[in-house]
Design a protein around this ligand. Structure first.
Ligand code: G6P
Ligand code: MG
Length: 220
């Protein structure tokens, strides 16, 4: 049976996906590359530098900046993002997610965090959720980002569980692809369209139902 759950953070525990979007959008506008929410779907789950590359490619400006200049752009975005997340409190947990996590703990499931964000531990702390997680994958130790399975494989490994005994929960297309490639049961939070590769999907975290997920995962 299922013994662990490996969670994405941004867009699953809290709505920082929106703050990432705001911060990238502001940077994009500053350098003459405006984009919308539809394009932003391609940035979810993608590391800071890779996100910048995708934005520059969108504007055909990937060769206009040196590596050092790109690092400054990425760091500007991160400073703006850090300002936006300063105000996060436990009230910013997405609907139902705390009850879901408590239900998982009550059932003896082991929990790990698999976020590509270097700000993950700070956000977890601000949300008051650090103690629920036995393991947090450090994204700076990874060779490949999502959609590569590495971050989820590592999450299961840190829990000491085989991937097949873990469920992964994500709001990003790249994240669902990573969970599937890791051989875990994938649960998507988002629209039917963006979550079409997920084994099971819900439109909102409020609809995450532990019993339903455990049944579906066991039946797969
Ligand atoms: C998560 C988010 C991405 C973000 C990435 C890196 O995967 O979904 O939007 O780019 O983390 O976050 P960081 O806080 O390290 O810039
Ligand atoms: Mg996410």
């Amino acid at each position: 049976g299922m013994r662990g759950i490996v969670f994405d953070l941004d867009g699953v525990l809290t709505d920082t996906a929106e703050y990432h979007y705001q911060a990238w959008k502001a940077l994009g506008e500053k350098i003459g590359i405006p984009f919308d929410r539809a394009f932003n779907e391609n940035l979810k789950g993608i590391s800071r530098m890779d996100s910048l590359e995708r934005i520059l490619e969108l504007g055909h400006k990937e060769n206009d900046y040196t590596q050092a200049e790109k690092e400054i752009l990425a760091s500007d975005k991160n400073e703006h993002y850090k300002e936006l997340i300063l105000e996060i409190t436990p009230k910013d947990l997405l609907p139902g997610i705390k009850a879901f996590i408590e239900a998982a703990k009550a059932r003896g499931l082991r929990l790990a965090l698999a976020s590509a964000s270097k700000n993950g531990p700070v956000i977890l702390e601000r949300l008051g959720m650090t103690d629920y997680f036995e393991a947090v994958v450090d994204p700076s130790t990874l060779e490949h980002g999502k959609p590569d399975p590495e971050i989820f494989t590592k999450g299961a490994e840190l829990l000491g569980l085989p991937a097949e005994e873990c469920v992964g929960i994500e709001d990003a297309q790249a994240g669902i692809a990573a969970i599937n490639a890791a051989g875990m049961f994938s649960v998507g939070v988002g629209s039917a369209e963006s979550m079409k590769e997920a084994d099971l999907f819900v439109e909102s975290t409020a609809d995450l139902d532990l019993d339903e997920i455990m049944r579906a995962a066991a039946a797969k």
